[in-house]
Design a protein around this ligand. Structure first.
Ligand code: BGC
Length: 349
């Protein structure tokens, strides 16, 4: 079967390869891949900056934002033939650490977890894949191809859970949230904020185009410029860019007793000047909490499935703005100015 593969840490090594059928060892549920979303992590892997091949292998099958249709499932599995499904990305470490032991693999303590399409386990960007029933999540069939947004939504569902848990250290009744970055992660974080009844603000550098429209149509407010000028002192900031200056601005300008949740992975190598004393002082005197958030466990996938199921289909459809056939996968990587989420269609639905 065909699969998009890459030699991790080797730029320009991606190719459409002929690979063996999915190994039985991956699980008894056989899934036909419909589409896979491309995100910043994939771009990093393709650029040679990130990623790990499975042990003893040179190439990794890419793809972790999946949508597929079940071809075969054993009796008693929570999914059956024909179901639309998404595969969970991370697997617990083999030790397992105390968090993986209770299936909170998103908080793995020893770093020995694996991630499909990212770290030591083939991804979903192949014509078919196999998976164990516990790691497959059912998608509302009325979402159709939009189910491909479930994995990135799981990442923000986890971020919101962290915000709640950290905020809940004291009386917590947030009213306002600022999301930094109007990419797919930022827009999906904003969607959940709106679904929670919050006054949602999104800041991005694009002054016009599809991003401001998507934010307005969600019932949220769009800003450009700096946090200090646009919307200072929100109860919550969900940082979705990883841009160092914005990360520092978020920590400086969140409201008293507020929570900043960092979800963007920075590339590193950027040195910014900061008045650490002033930052420390305001964080201490205002009880500011800053929390990092990565990945998602099954509870977050389920929360994400529920959030997408109640979202406006027309709005979600505008997020998935470009669909590229597998044979033309290179086109998915040439970012266009109005791209939000580009997907590779493997077996068109
Ligand atoms: C994925 C996460 C993963 C993270 C780090 C993100 O793009 O959505 O599931 O944990 O990359 O590898």
């Amino acid at each position: 079967m065909k699969a998009l593969t890459v030699i991790p840490l080797k730029a320009g090594s991606a190719e459409l390869s002929d690979v063996d059928d999915p190994p039985e060892s991956d699980g008894p549920v056989l899934v036909e891949t419909l589409a896979v979303g491309i995100c910043g992590t994939d771009i990093e892997i393709l650029s040679g900056a990130y990623g790990w091949a499975p042990p003893g292998r040179e190439r990794l099958v890419l793809g972790h934002e999946s949508l597929g249709r079940v071809l075969e499932a054993p009796a008693g599995a929570p999914v059956e033939k024909g179901d639309l499904v998404v595969g969970i990305v991370r697997r617990p470490d083999p030790v397992p650490c105390e968090n993986c032991a209770v299936l909170e693999w998103d908080f793995c303590r020893n770093g020995q977890y694996t991630e499909r399409g990212i770290k030591e386990h083939d991804g979903y960007l192949s014509e078919r894949y196999r998976i164990t029933p516990e790691y497959v999540v059912k998608v509302d069939p009325t979402l159709g191809i939009l189910g491909v947004l479930l994995e990135p939504t799981s990442v923000v569902a986890k971020a919101w859970e962290e915000v709640d848990r950290v905020g809940g250290r004291a009386h917590w009744d947030p009213k306002t949230v600022l999301v930094t970055g109007a990419g797919p992660i930022g827009l999906l974080a904003a969607l959940i904020g709106v679904q929670r009844g919050l006054d949602v603000h999104v800041i991005d550098q694009m002054a016009a185009g599809v991003k401001p429209d998507l934010v307005h149509d969600l019932g949220a407010t769009y800003h450009t410029g700096t946090i200090a000028d646009a919307f200072p002192n929100p109860d919550v900031i969900i940082e979705c860019t990883g841009v160092s200056t914005l990360v520092l601005d978020a920590m400086t300008h969140v409201g008293t007793g507020g929570v900043v949740c960092l979800t963007g992975v920075s590339s590193g190598g950027h040195v910014v000047q900061v008045d650490e004393g002033a930052l420390n002082r305001s964080m201490v005197l205002e009880n500011v909490a800053v929390v990092g958030s990565v990945n998602a466990n099954k509870r977050h996938y389920e929360a994400a499935a529920a959030a997408l199921a109640k979202a406006d289909r027309g709005w979600l459809a505008r997020l998935v703005n470009r669909r590229v056939p597998l044979e033309q996968w290179q086109q998915a990587l040439n970012r266009q100015p109005d791209d939000v989420k580009v997907i590779i269609e493997v077996n068109p639905a």
